[in-house]
Design a protein around this ligand. Structure first.
Ligand SMILES: [Zn+2]
Length: 212
């Protein structure tokens, strides 16, 4: 559902640009609002959430899909943890649909799906691994890297239950906004994928805004 935010960027506590193909790790406190802004459009933001108090508790795609009875995320969706608790609630969305099923790109999947010579292309999994290696203070390890949300990514489920990666439905300036229901660690790969249309074959920057 398309709902615009009433929050104003000039009142944000922080504004961070994540460059094309780059990564981000940070904390959003309970009650704060996070906006992910697709600056130039058609960009997938591969995102994982962890409880800041206990990183063993994390965003769970299957619990989220089951509890809301739908596979896409939009305004009103609650992101459910592996412990069955609400981590964040989506409060505004001008894109209209976000993917829970497509997963993230990796060296291995690029090799299997596209070509052996794609093996060394940068991927979302590389991004996450780099982020947690550069920031050991968050206490995350390789084992914590699991299924993710693809904000802005268009992965329609076909009538016979198949998945397809389609050209994006996002556009410059579209955003999704969510309020944290607990202190959460946010780990984002601003997807560098060049082999399918998830970024329109042209990865671009996103902006992260946090309001108190
Ligand atoms: Zn990716």
């Amino acid at each position: 559902m398309i709902i615009e935010s009433t929050l104003r960027p000039e009142n944000a506590l922080s504004r961070t640009t994540v460059n094309a193909g780059d990564h981000y790790i940070g904390t959003v406190k309970q009650g704060q609002t996070l906006r992910i802004l697709d600056l130039e459009g058609n960009q997938a933001a591969d995102t994982l959430f962890f409880s800041a108090d206990d990183t063993a508790e994390r965003y769970s795609a299957m619990d989220t899909v089951r509890e809301q009875g739908a596979v896409y995320l939009t305004t009103g969706s609650k992101l459910i943890s592996s412990e069955g608790r609400t981590m964040l609630t989506l409060t505004a969305d001008t894109c209209g649909r976000h993917d829970t099923l497509g997963g993230a790109c990796a060296s291995e999947s690029n090799t299997v799906r596209y070509d052996l010579e794609k093996r060394h292309m940068h991927s979302c999994r590389d991004n996450w691994m780099q982020a947690i290696a550069n920031h050991p203070e968050y206490g995350l390890s390789k084992r914590d890297i699991t299924h993710n949300i693809n904000f802005f990514m268009n992965v329609p489920v076909t009538a016979d239950g198949g998945l397809t990666f389609e050209d994006g439905i996002s556009a410059p300036g579209k955003y999704v906004e969510m309020v944290a229901e607990m202190d959460v660690i946010v780990l984002i790969s601003n997807c560098p994928q060049l082999n399918n249309p998830c970024n329109g074959y042209n990865p671009t920057p996103i902006e992260l805004l946090i309001w108190g």
